[in-house]
Ligand binder design. Structure first.
Ligand SMILES: NC(=O)c1ccc[n+]([C@@H]2O[C@H](COP(=O)([O-])OP(=O)(O)OC[C@H]3O[C@@H](n4cnc5c(N)ncnc54)[C@H](OP(=O)(O)O)[C@@H]3O)[C@@H](O)[C@H]2O)c1
Length: 242
């Protein structure tokens, strides 16, 4: 397959390593231009291109994996000419304290983080890979049927795109779990029980069922408070996200 990846950091590189090792052609981009990605090309086997080229050459999948605050910087016409059937994967998470600053639409109300991303991109997205550490994504995939295989939720309003992405998740060595619609994708966001806990599919499904589908204001506040505590803990450890 031909896969375009916009963002060549931790997640973009981890995906590129795995996808090239599975025999796929990967086109990867950052904000500074392909000439700055020689080391990434060497490490991953992907071809460095511009973001526009990654969108055009990713004829099977396009992955957008850049910091949330940078999403509005992407060119308006990035997906012009890209067939509507090509799934656009979004891996975003909201880190208001350490990276993204406060985005009022994400602090209250119904909008989910990837819902905000798809509004900016002007295209439906598929939310996945947001709730696993890059190193685990690169190294902890296992064959189907392995006990304890990690389950990853996949959420989108585009059911055909979601099915294609779920097959890709399986190919990468994880159990794909249907995470519902974009409106329901809050359940896999930071601060919740299935965020970066490497749970097997049955436990992911149990949490999704227990959380329900409609987010209450209390659940929203609880997830944000948990994320704030996690960010403060990271800050105390000297972890920087930008
Ligand atoms: N790190 C993880 O373990 C992890 C896990 C799950 C989800 N996530 C989420 O996935 C997203 C990416 O995270 P990351 O850790 O991989 O980020 P990262 O290591 O900081 O890398 C970000 C990449 O995005 C590129 N970029 C920024 N603005 C761009 C633009 N306008 N056009 C093209 N490329 C642009 C950067 O390129 P330049 O260097 O040239 O600016 C860089 O290659 C974030 O939302 C993050 O929260 C991360």
């Amino acid at each position: 397959m031909n896969i375009g990846i916009i963002g060549a950091g931790y997640i973009g590189s981890a995906l590129a390593v795995r996808l090239t090792s599975l025999g796929h052609s990967v086109y990867i981009a950052n904000s500074r231009g392909p000439e700055t990605l020689k080391d990434v090309e060497q490490k991953t086997g992907a071809t460095a291109v511009t973001a526009e080229e990654a969108a055009q050459r990713g004829s099977d999948f396009i992955v957008v994996t850049i910091p949330l605050e940078k999403i509005p910087d992407l060119p308006n016409n990035l997906f012009e000419g890209v067939a509507p059937a090509v799934p656009i994967i979004d891996t975003s998470n909201y880190y208001p304290l350490l990276r993204d600053g406060q985005i009022p639409e994400l602090e209250t109300g119904d909008l989910t983080e990837s819902g905000w991303v798809q509004q900016h991109l002007g295209r439906p997205v598929v939310k996945v890979f947001n709730n696993i550490f890059a190193e685990h994504l690169e190294k902890n995939g296992q064959p189907a049927g392995t006990p304890g295989r990690i389950g990853l939720p996949v959420a989108s309003d585009d059911t055909a795109a979601k099915q294609k992405v779920m097959a890709l998740v399986e190919e990468l060595g994880f159990d794909a779990v249907d995470g519902g619609t974009m409106r329901e994708s809050w359940r896999q966001q930071p601060g919740g029980p299935i965020y970066c806990n490497d749970l097997p599919a049955n436990q992911v499904k149990e949490h999704l069922a227990q959380l329900g589908t409609e987010r209450t204001p209390e659940q929203h506040a609880e997830f944000l408070a948990n994320q704030n505590a996690a960010e403060k803990h990271m800050e105390a450890q000297g972890i920087k996200l930008k």
